[in-house]
Design a protein around this ligand. Structure first.
Ligand SMILES: *[C@@H]1O[C@H](CO)[C@@H](O)[C@H](O)[C@H]1NC(C)=O
Ligand SMILES: [Cu+2]
Length: 329
């Protein structure tokens, strides 16, 4: 681990295209879509992927900039979107990837009615559809999600089957953790046209912004792969919100205090109340008071523009990190 960490550190100082990486091909409903090719001339490239300028990583300093959203030039589309049926898979193929201790996070955002192409993805619009960090073993020596990408260069995820049709961005992100307290972020975005019979859209409590979703003090970001804790810890706190569970209910509509976290991570642990209907959310006209709910540990609990739960689950407290992001820690 020490040895490979040193190699990687040297490699990233050189910052050649031979380290690092980016999504090169999307395979969607059986069809391949070539991604943006940052080392080719921009002229004539028409891809579903937002353009970006290199395979180099984004660093902690980029967390507060627009770069963290869709990489370093990824603000606008090139004119095309890939059709995908909700519930089907998207396989991504990285052009290259070498960092073993790495987490995988995949987000989507619904584009405005004018479409994705001239929309920059700003605002609290992003929801997480997939994540994997430490798979087994210890943080320092165990198996990580990124190992699969090092070995196969591929990752397959599923578009939530319940997701309402529309134009969306999908954001694939690798978070490389091989350097102590110096994480590297590798996000790329692409444009999708989702079809299907779903009617769900994520509740406000599941939405984050980029920048805003992460802060430098998040335990999964201010993270030391070579520290003593990493020698024994067998879980890793993946940054950002929990994966959206695919249900379309919006903010909790009844103010009864409850011990259940408001946005339960996807699992069979359904709340005791009646099954959630995906069709309509209650009380269309009444603005929701975000007080009577709790955010789970590591979830956002405040910041400018935040409309979710501001009370933290027992055992955690809401800590501000700048004006735009507070987190239950
Ligand atoms: C990864 O994906 C590429 C492109 O779809 C494919 O050619 C290759 O066989 C895949 N590799 C593995 C190990 O699955
Ligand atoms: Cu790298």
């Amino acid at each position: 681990m020490k040895f490979s960490t040193t190699i990687a550190a040297v490699a990233s100082l050189i910052a050649t295209a031979s380290a690092h990486g980016g999504v090169g091909i999307y395979t969607i409903d059986g069809k391949d879509y070539q991604g943006w090719q940052p080392y080719n001339s921009a002229s004539g490239q028409v891809t579903i992927q937002r353009q970006y300028s290199s395979f180099n990583p984004l660093l902690i300093a980029d967390l507060t900039t627009v770069n963290i959203r869709c990489n370093n030039a990824g603000t606008l589309g090139t004119g095309v979107s890939a059709p995908v049926t909700a519930g089907s898979t998207i396989k991504t193929h990285w052009t290259q990837w070498t960092h073993r201790p790495a987490a995988v996070m995949i987000y989507m955002a619904k584009c405005p009615s004018s479409g994705c192409n001239s929309w920059d993805g700003a605002g609290k619009v992003w929801f997480k559809i997939d994540e994997e960090g430490l798979v087994s073993g210890t943080q320092n020596a165990g198996k990580w999600a990124g190992d699969q990408i090092t070995d196969t260069l591929n990752w397959t995820t599923t578009v939530p089957a319940s997701l309402a049709p529309g134009e969306y961005l999908i954001r694939h992100e690798l978070l490389a953790l091989h350097q102590a307290n110096n994480p590297q972020f590798y996000p790329e975005c692409a444009q999708l046209t989702v079809s299907g019979t779903g009617t769900a859209s994520p509740p406000a409590s599941a939405l984050v912004s980029f920048p805003g979703a992460y802060s430098a003090s998040d335990p999964g970001i201010n993270f030391n792969i070579d520290g003593s804790a990493a020698m024994t810890a067998t879980t890793y706190p993946i940054p950002g919100p929990p994966v959206w569970d695919g249900t379309g209910n919006s903010q909790p509509s009844n103010p009864e205090p409850s011990s259940a976290p408001s946005s339960a991570p996807s699992s069979a642990a359904a709340p005791s109340s009646a099954p959630t209907t995906l069709v309509t959310s209650a009380k269309p006209a009444t603005p929701t008071t975000p007080a009577a709910c709790t955010s789970a540990k590591y979830q956002q609990c405040g910041g400018k523009g935040f409309t979710g739960c501001t009370t933290c689950a027992a055992g955690s407290t809401c800590k501000a990190n700048g004006d735009y992001y507070s987190q239950c820690l």
